[in-house]
Structure formats: C-alpha cells, structure tokens
Design a protein around this ligand. Sequence first.
Ligand code: SF4
Length: 320
Amino acid sequence: MSEVLEVKNLKLYYRTLAGIVRAVDEVSFTLRERETLAIIGESGCGKTSLSRALIRFLPRNVYEFSGSIRLDGIEVMKLSDAEFDKQIRWKKIAYVTQAAINSLNPVIKVVDHLIEPLVLHTNMSKNEAIERAREVIKKVGIAEDFLWRYPFELSGGMRQRVVIALSIITNPRVVILDEPTSALDVMTQANIMNLLKELKNNENLSFIFITHDIAVSSELSDKVAVMYAGQIVELGSAEKIYTDPLHPYSKGLLGSVPRIHTDKQVVFIPGTPPSLINPPSGCRFYPRCPQAMPICEKTPPPVIATGPEDYVRCWLYAEK
Ligand code: SF4
C-alpha cells in the first residue's frame, strides 16, 4: 500500500498570556492507503491540536506552525491558506469534530447538509450533488428517504451516520474522526464501529481516529500513536502496542484499562501530565515514570527506531 500521508517534525505552538504552549512538538508518522491510525493519550496531550494542524483549522494565536505534511504527493505546508482551502480541505482530507453530531442544524434537511460541501468545494451541480448524497447515505446504512428528513427527526446513532456520510461525501483520501463514538450509548457505539470497519474495508479511505477510548482504538486501528505532552512517545502496529508496548507511558495507559476476564490489577499512572508551556527539560514523562533513570531528568530521550516506520522515544532503548 502506498503512503497517502507523511508527517515529519510537525510543530504547532500557541502564544498565550502565560507563555508559548507547545501543543504539537516534532510529531512524525506515515499513513498508507486503507490504513487506520489511532492517536491515543490523556486529555490535553495534543491529539486534537494535531488533527487541527492536519486540516489547518488553526486559531489566531499560532506562534509556530512548521514541519512537513505530504498529503497524496502534495507538500501542503507550502500552500497558502487559500490554496489549502481550495485544493486540500474536504477534497483530500476531511475532519469530523467531537461536537459534529450536535452541530447539524435541526431545521436544515439531511440532504441539504450533505450537498453543501459538494456545491461549495467541488464543481458538481446541485442535481449531481443530490445523486452523490443518495449514494453515500446508503453507504452509511441509512435508507434514502431519510435524506428528506430533518436532523431532529433522527436518533443519535443516525445523526452520527449522517456526520460520517458528510466526512466521506467529497471522496477525500484521509478522514480524521475526533472521538467518533464518545457521545453515543454502548449499542450505538458498536453499530458505528461496525460501520467504520465496513467503510475502511470497502472504500479507498484512510482513517485517523483521535480517541482516549482504548477499546475503540483497539477495535479499529492498524497502527497506534501514543501521544504524551505534545509528542508521539511510541508508534507501532496495533498488535504490538496492545500486546507488548515499550514506552513506560504506553504500558501505564494500557494497564489502566479495566479487563473483566483477568486477575490483573488496574494500574493508575500517578500524577498529571506536565504543562505544555514549561514541560520538563529532559523526558516529559520523567516526573511520573516508574522506570526513570538519572539521564532522563535533564536530557530529552532520543527517538529509537523499532521498525521501518515505528519508534519509541525513551532512554531505556538507547544503545548502551
Ligand atoms: S526516557 Fe526515562 S523517564 Fe522517559 S519514559 Fe523512558 S525511562 Fe521513563
């Protein structure tokens, strides 16, 4: 499978009254066609800032936005905002926010929600856009006649399906879903996860899931990036990360998931993530790490390759 997205040394810093917030700091990863990457980590670790950097939904107080984002062969960091808006956003990469399910206007029909990005961002006529809406609504498991209903007439699960239809209607290469199931009850979550699996297998799409829910990410992902304090501390195949994580933070995060069919104790990571304004000068996980060594306190850990595209950011794996 060829690479569809390659991110290298991406930084997104914000200027605030309290100082410079390093929300995304030297993040690198690749995503291939039909691959699903889960980005996991505690709240405030930079997951949402990373997705906003990829779709270039940036606030006004950006202090630094640098690095490389190659999407479908295009270096998008070289594009102006207007060029990005015209060539990339929705056409090549789509983003569904956590709040999207509640942001469907209740008095605008489903069909009008769906055709809007096509009419605004492609050359399609209104009739062609309606045809595409008919096609996509079926793909997300909703009967065609629901196109002519209003969002307030739909259940939460159906509205989430409409939101997913919206994210794929312009035929992007990459879809970023920020906490796609967190607002749903358990049964609806399972249905949506099945839908996402179907789309992943049947459509030529690559997904990035931003989630704090390890169960969701383990169901859907091919590979996993564990984020901590604005950085990816471990990147690897889902199988590797879920069965044999290397980084002490990955181990702690996975150990904190309750499991029914095991005697293993649930482990909590003591302390809280550091400030992104003044992170520790060495390893950012140092104050909470059960395996910390003297070198970790003052010297940032190197990025150690653990596979052709995989890595861990930790002194434990540096050559002695
Ligand atoms: S670099 Fe040191 S402090 Fe950081 S995770 Fe590895 S062992 Fe722990």
